[in-house]
Write a protein of this length. Structure first.
Ligand code: HEM
Ligand code: SF4
Ligand code: FES
Lengths: 248, 222
């Protein structure tokens, strides 16, 4: 296949970036999208040009690192996958593909397609944990009975890989889906109750401080999330937040 | 509590509560308007009551005006913050791939409604205030029906009203069900809320539009 690429190039955080066009021949339909970029980079390196920087790590859909806006959609045209799970068979010979970094004020570009997502780390650090006293005699994990529905919902929320596609997709660059997943995974479990009120207040405060936008319930995040994190988590976070504010 | 005022979640709740308040007001409004088609006498009575009852005039009317102002000012604040939150915009952004048009354009449907409210206030409220407090006319419980029908004589006004009701429908189509999510309600009732929203967002604006067209097509002939 022959592919026409338009890629955001930006030297560093301060530089002004721009779209640069590349034509890539010999793309195989069973290549992954990242392999296609690897091929492009080989070509650029052999020509003595700077390769395109993009984030990737596990290349199997679990780390959440790969973060590309492809033809106007986070992680490209297919649903429930990350970029590393996207294959060139989803495109046709002669297609033009626009590749941009996640766009959010809270996710500044570091270089080319790589953005700084430490805002998510700070939200997580603000309350996305439980305090457990450890000792030489650990209590059996199953000693606290947990309702199946709650355990499942908590586990589903915990599948969030922190990729940031929700922010990238949202017209408001809102981080509500991510934050609500991280609140919900604990809010649903007895272990999470001790810090429940502080957790939701602090995580939401941090989310706002980072400069993410306000949710307007468009649902774009849920559609684009590679893990299918549900909007129900956002409603749960809203409830938890209101309850905690009224109490506190 | 202090953090609540500044928080994005609280702003959304203000948006949702003021929006729902306006929805309830719409129900009242459309009911009285329907009377103008069914029974001019009842319409006159109801309008006179609304125009001269002190609770309506000095409590409900100010609350309504504040509700509208809170709603659209908060809407503008949120919109400005949301635009800023993107920073640099995408070269290519396929908003339609993952979110319905109505949900992405609340600010535009809202702006049309706001412009309409300007005209609507000029048409009825300014006229009422002038009649009652500037010209200091006596109470006349029979004037409302004829005044209303006359308002819809010009085609341009009728058509502006009808178009605005269309945009109101779009605004409600997203907004009504969205306000429940904003307040944390997403449970077994959500499918019913979404269905009700669709019915409401079609029926209420259609009823308003029907009334405007009805009066346009049925002028009072002396
Ligand atoms: C005065 C002009 C108006 C403007 C500028 C405006 C603007 C907005 C905006 C920007 C939103 C937020 C979008 C979102 O949350 O998805 C919104 C939400 C909403 N609006 Fe309006 N609006 C106006 C009038 C109205 C009227 C007259 C009604 C109802 C009769 C209404 C009902 C709602 C509802 C129910 C919501 C949903 C709240 C939520 O999602 O939390 N709006 N409006
Ligand atoms: S909620 Fe989904 S889209 Fe958002 S960070 Fe988590 S996995 Fe990624
Ligand atoms: S590289 Fe780990 S999810 Fe794509």
């Amino acid at each position: 296949m022959k592919i026409y690429l338009k890629i955001w190039r930006q030297k560093n955080a301060e530089a002004k970036g721009s779209m640069v066009e590349y034509t890539l021949e010999g793309v195989e339909s069973d290549m992954s999208f990242l392999e296609m970029l690897d091929v492009l980079n080989e070509e650029l390196i052999s020509k003595g040009e700077e390769p395109v920087e993009f984030d990737h790590d596990c290349r199997e859909g679990i780390c959440g690192t790969c973060s590309l806006m492809i033809n106007g959609r986070p992680h490209g045209p297919d649903s429930r996958i990350t970029v590393c799970q996207l294959h060139m068979r989803s495109f046709n010979d002669g297609d033009s593909i626009v590749i941009e970094p996640w766009r959010a004020k809270a996710f500044p570009v570091i270089k080319d397609l790589i953005v700084d997502r430490t805002a998510f780390d700070r939200i997580q650090q603000a309350g996305g944990y439980i305090s457990v006293n450890t000792s030489g005699r650990p209590v059996d994990a199953n000693a606290i009975p947990i309702e199946k529905d709650a355990a499942d919902a908590s586990f589903n929320a915990a599948t969030c890989i922190g990729c940031g596609a929700c922010v990238a997709a949202c017209k408001n660059a809102s981080a509500m889906l991510f934050t609500s997943a991280k609140v919900s995974q604990f809010a649903l479990l007895p272990q999470g109750q001790v810090e429940a009120a502080d957790r939701v207040l602090n995580m939401v405060r941090q989310m706002d401080l980072e400069g993410f936008g306000n949710c307007t319930n468009t649902g774009a995040c849920e559609i684009e999330c590679p893990k299918g994190i549900s909007l129900e988590n956002i409603a749960r976070m809203n409830r938890e937040y209101l309850a905690a504010s009224v109490k506190g | 509590m202090s953090g609540l005022i500044k928080s994005s979640l609280a702003r959304k709740v203000v948006m949702a509560l003021s929006g729902l308040f306006l929805v309830i007001f719409l129900v009242l409004h459309v009911s009285i308007n329907l009377a103008s088609v069914i029974s001019p006498d009842f319409f006159n009575e109801a309008s006179h009551f609304m125009g001269y009852n002190p609770i309506v005039q000095y409590a409900m009317q100010p609350i309504l005006i504040i509700g509208v102002i809170v709603h659209f000012v908060m809407g503008f604040v949120l919109e400005a913050q949301n635009r800023a939150a993107r920073g640099i915009s995408y070269v290519k952004y396929q908003g339609s791939a993952n979110a319905p048009w109505v949900s992405r354009n609340m600010i535009y449907s809202g702006l049309v409604i706001l412009a309409f409210l300007g005209l609507h206030f000029y048409d009825f409220w300014v006229h009422e205030m002038a009649y009652k407090y500037i010209e200091v006319n006596p109470e006349d419980p029979t004037r409302y029906y004829a005044e209303t029908v006359e308002k819809f004589a010009p085609f341009w006004r009728t058509i502006i009203y009808v178009i605005s009701f269309g945009l109101l429908g779009l605004h409600l189509w997203h907004g009504f069900q969205s306000s429940f999510q904003s307040m944390g309600v997403n449970n077994k009732f959500t499918p019913a809320i979404k269905t009700f929203t669709k019915v409401f967002a079609v029926v209420v604006p259609l009823a308003f539009a029907f009334i405007a067209l009805y009066h346009h097509l049925n002028p009072i002939t002396h």
